[in-house]
Design a protein around this ligand. Structure first.
Ligand code: PLP
Length: 654
């Protein structure tokens, strides 16, 4: 557990079970022993059914429900404890994970508490409208984002359909569109304004907040909207104040500052005469990705959902009490906080790059070859003798510094054509051999003393292997590439075995950015580790890894680089009395799907290839017609196959 710090980021949903596998408590703290689901058992069940294509997203809808219940309960309890007069109503920002079943589940799970949806574009709005047909009539439909006339029409139609749709103005100009369209459809709109706060948070996700932020209306613009509404006798349409401090708010002090600032804007609007009713705090509830529970780490937060809710309610209550304004309904648009945990990405490592030199390779033998080498330039010979001397007297630190210099100088000499490839390779191997000797020494000595003496760093002594993974980082973990976000990654089995390797992960794409080399550290919390402790790959035994907490944004931000498509998805739910069932199996994109998405026509592509096969048959390139038919059959199968590696070696023979 400490190696991967599962207890930190994983609680209460993920843990290592007694079989040494990653396992899930789908009801969090309310789970019983019988509810626990072993992820390896899920894979085994899929394998039995012949449905084990990896990579694969496993969704746990019960975790989603638990997160929603937690958020709701946190606010309700805070409201009760404070004696706050208003209520709480959540909405889910569909941009966070617009998957059909995620949205459907949220509407279903949140039906009793009038949980609604937030949309920021026309497709999102249409989707939200459709799913809210099945939701509670009180649920809010928050219409954010930049708007044209068509967007506003959709929002007004939603009101005509009896939905509680609120058009939140992002820009002053949008008001004229709303007034025009309301007149045209003869509908009274309900309007909100998005305030631009001076409160800003420092992390990556805070960039869009603050005075210079991308979104929202300044105090002057808000007052100008108020005047315009007053002029047309529609000030009573203004009922909501919205703001969004930024995603992944690191600390409660920022929540307090932002909510207090916004609460005063709300109160002022109410005093001016607007029929204010809703106070929408946007998203921002953070996730402790590295489990360090610290605001100093960009990948962590130092508060719980309960503390967040308590802080929000207290700040709104204080401002309303001070300004003697009726307490509003508090609305929250938490996305990351709601959906991150419920989905686990499972993938396999299919090979590992050989380290430059294994421990079995002895430095002494290389040394001998080098010293006997004819025609070694004088300076390299001097360096080699120095290295041999260090090795002889057992001074590994001196040997490593010397081996490093020898490697660099041999590389330079090779580029100048002064030494052979063989000498260069020996220098590389010597450096790797001495590094592994130093790795052993390191277990006894401390690294700082080395750093001081020789200017050596961890990269000089660490033998980090590259594990090749059956995944596209651009498709499945885009924030790792785009903004250096760290997600917890853990082998999902063999956790009762010591992981003797240190690895980084390299994906299937032909892109040097397609790698993950920053991980949650088990020892120095809050500081990323440059390697992941991993097990040796074994022949005929797959090695499965899981990426956790990636249920928000990753699926929708993922791109099709190298034409790797959407992964398979399964839904896993508990059965009463224990065990689990796979309640849904959704196939990922096929080769045809991704080609089609790029405007190609797979059917005509196959037709072209078919006629080329017939021509080739006539030209005698095939032995006989059965060989030509086999080629056609293989091509057909490839169009309908999964875009990722298949480890089924027979897949094209039948
Ligand atoms: N609401 C708005 C307006 C947003 O821009 C965002 C995301 O950036 C969210 C809600 C969701 O934020 P989070 O996922 O951090 O809760």
């Amino acid at each position: 557990t400490t190696l991967y710090h599962v207890g930190g980021w994983g609680a209460p949903y993920f843990f290592i079970n007694r079989a040494g596998n990653m396992a899930v408590r789908p009801h969090g703290f309310n789970s019983t022993f019988a509810d626990e689901i072993d992820i390896m058992e899920v894979l085994e069940k899929l394998q039995e059914a012949g449905e084990i294509g990896l990579p694969l997203i496993i969704r746990f809808p019960e975790i989603l429900k638990d997160r929603l219940d937690d958020l709701q309960t946190a606010f309700q309890s805070a409201i009760f404890r404070k004696g706050y007069r208003g209520k709480f109503q959540g909405v889910f920002p569909v941009k966070c994970n617009p998957d059909r079943y995620v949205v459907e589940d949220i509407i279903r799970f949140g039906g009793d508490v009038a949980f609604g949806l937030e949309a920021g574009s026309k497709p999102e709005l249409l989707m939200a409208m459709t799913y809210m047909c099945k939701g509670s009539a009180d649920a809010l439909l928050i219409c954010n984002g930049y708007k044209d006339a068509e967007y506003v029409q959709l929002a007004l139609i939603a009101r005509q359909l009896g939905m509680n749709a609120i058009i939140v103005l992002e820009q002053e100009e949008e008001l004229q569109i709303v007034l025009k369209m309301s007149q045209y459809l003869r509908m009274q709109p309900v309007i909100g304004v998005r305030g631009k706060l001076s409160t800003k948070h420092s992390g990556h996700w805070g960039e869009t907040s603050g005075d210079k932020g991308k979104f929202g209306l300044s105090a002057t613009e808000i007052l100008s909207i108020v005047r315009s509404l007053k002029n047309v006798g529609m000030l009573n349409a203004l009922r909501l104040l919205h703001f969004h401090i930024g995603s992944q708010i690191p600390s409660l002090s920022i929540v307090d500052e932002g909510v207090t600032e916004a609460a005063h804007i709300y109160c002022e609007l109410s005093k001016i005469g607007a029929s204010m009713r809703y106070f929408d705090i946007g998203g921002g509830l953070g996730i402790d990705y590295d489990g360090s529970n610290s605001s100093a780490s960009a990948m962590s937060v130092c508060y719980t959902v309960e503390e967040y809710a308590e802080q929000v309610v207290r700040a709104v209550d204080n401002a309303c009490a001070l300004k003697k304004v009726k307490s509003p309904t508090i609305c929250c648009e938490s996305g990351r906080g709601l959906v991150s945990h419920h989905s686990v990405l499972v993938f396999d490592a299919f090979s590992v790059s050989k380290l430059p030199c294994g421990k079995e390779h002895s430095a002494g033998e290389d040394m001998k070859v080098l010293l006997q080498y004819q025609g070694l330039p004088h300076d390299l010979m001097v360096l080699s003798e120095e290295l041999a001397r260090f090795l002889k007297i057992g001074n590994v630190e001196g040997a490593l510094a010397c081996a490093k210099q020898l490697k660099v100088e041999c590389t330079d000499s090779f580029k100048l054509g002064l030494i052979s490839l063989e000498v260069r390779a020996i220098a590389d191997q010597l450096y790797a051999s001495v590094s592994s000797l130093m790795s052993e020494e390191l277990k006894k000595a401390s690294l700082p003393s080395l750093t001081k003496k020789f200017g050596l760093g961890i990269s000089d002594v660490d033998q980090i292997a590259t594990y090749h993974i059956n995944l596209s980082i651009f498709k499945s973990v885009p924030d790792s590439w785009a903004i250096g976000q760290i997600f917890p990654i853990v082998p999902i089995h063999r956790l009762d075995e010591e992981p003797v390797m240190r690895g980084i992960l390299s994906d299937l794409t032909c892109d040097s950015d397609g790698k993950i080399s920053s991980f949650v550290a088990g020892d120095v919390l809050g500081k990323p580790s440059s390697f992941l402790p991993l097990h040796k790959l074994e022949a005929d035994r797959p090695y499965f890894l899981g990426m956790f907490l990636g249920g928000a944004y990753q699926e929708v931000l993922g791109s099709m680089h190298n034409l790797f498509g959407a992964t398979h998805v399964v839904h896993v739910v508990g059965k009463s009395g224990g065990s689990f069932q796979i309640s849904r199996h959704l196939s990922g994109q096929s080769v045809s799907n991704v080609l089609y998405a790029m405007q190609h026509d797979p059917l005509s592509m196959l037709t072209d290839l078919h006629s080329r096969i017939l021509d080739s048959l006539q030209e005698g390139r095939f032995g006989d017609i059965s060989e030509a038919m086999l080629a056609l059959h293989m091509l057909q199968r490839s169009f309908s196959s999964y875009t990722y590696l298949s480890h089924d070696h027979d897949c094209h023979s039948g």
